[in-house]
Design a protein around this ligand. Structure first.
Ligand code: NAP
Length: 302
């Protein structure tokens, strides 16, 4: 039996439109209603046809939903939840896909007191945004982390887990604070570093911009993909996961200083040992199917 029959998606960008497309592909009898604050996004979504219905107001989108998923930037979660507060059916389950979980849960709980919440974070994405960027297979083989607050009805948790399994994801459970620390090091800090490197390169005076672009295959190019990620989404992630990001940044800065010292004093063994350890991590990621082992990271060259 399907876990839900009427799903509402608020926010029809990369993640929201991918969920809608995946539902159509994997659970075609489920009715999908969408809403986005941006009239242009609503228009595009109607034209692309990945929802059965795109409502002009958030309230109208949720009136008969049995699952509502917020797919808006984390800084917009509170406003998006307030917009449905009067129309949310009492038995609907509320979820979200926010990249940070502690502050989002607090915002959703304050706006929708008494609602059953099963927050989720599909660890899948691209550097693109908007309704055209979504695709049905985005979640295949990716982890989806559920962070239900203590005391959540286990039946509700299992329904949301089953929903994500049917979209091709694998499920992991975490408490919101642990999620935020894990993602600070695996996702948020790498984005911050990429933004820094690309920003530094673009400010350089002695190396020209055309040289940076011409020789980018030397490593820079892989940072530019991450640094092209959506500015609104990432501004919100850093502000909402502030404590964990600052803590990881402190550790990173200390490690960077010790690398600086190893280079200054010619301690090749230290560099070699670190690079050997990091190479093993890359191998584990490939072994666990979380990236492509093909040369040049599986890039297509035509
Ligand atoms: P996106 O492509 O920019 O889509 C977000 C959409 O939400 C936009 O169309 C935006 O409209 C709309 N919106 C903003 N405020 C709203 C509101 N109050 N009510 C209704 N719609 C509203 O972003 P995304 O990449 O799909 O990310 C959505 C969420 O998924 C974020 O919380 C992000 O942290 C999380 N996430 C992202 C990734 C990723 O790799 N992209 C991965 C996992 C989780 P405007 O553009 O006009 O503001």
């Amino acid at each position: 039996m399907l876990p839900f029959s009427r799903v509402t998606i608020i926010g029809l960008g990369l993640i929201g439109s991918s969920i809608a497309r995946a539902i159509k592909a994997d659970m075609p009898t489920v009715r999908v209603t969408g809403h986005d604050l941006d009239p242009q996004v609503r228009e595009t979504s109607r034209a692309l046809g990945f929802c059965d219905d795109v409502a002009d107001t958030a309230g109208a989108a949720v009136t008969d939903a049995d699952l509502v998923i917020f797919c808006v930037p984390v800084g917009a979660m509170a406003a998006a939840a307030e917009a449905i507060a009067d129309d949310l059916p009492a038995d609907a389950i509320v979820s979200d896909v926010g990249s940070s979980k502690g502050t989002v849960l607090a915002a959703l709980s304050a706006a929708l007191p008494g609602a059953t919440m099963v927050p989720a974070h599909p660890v899948a994405g691209t550097e693109r945004s908007g309704p055209e960027a979504g695709f049905a297979t985005l979640f295949h083989g990716r982890w989806c982390i559920l962070t239900p607050p203590d005391g959540t009805d286990p039946v509700a948790v299992e329904r949301v887990a089953e929903f994500w399994r049917r979209l091709g994801a694998e499920i992991e459970m975490m408490d919101p604070q642990h999620h935020d620390r894990v993602l600070a090091i695996t996702s948020h800090l790498p984005h911050l570093i990429a933004y820094t490197i690309v920003g530094t390169a673009s400010d350089m005076e002695e190396v020209t911009r055309s040289e940076v672009i011409k020789y980018s295959a030397g490593g820079f190019r892989d940072f530019t993909r991450i640094a092209a990620s959506d500015p609104t989404m990432w501004r919100d992630v850093f502000l909402s996961n502030r404590e964990a990001v600052l803590d990881m940044l402190q550790r990173f800065t200390e490690d960077l200083t010790s690398l600086q010292r190893a280079i200054r004093w010619g301690k090749g063994d230290e560099l070699f040992d670190l690079f050997t350890r990091t190479r093993a991590i890359r191998r584990s990621i490939i072994d666990q199917g979380q990236d492509d082992a093909a040369p040049d990271f599986g890039r297509q060259h035509d």
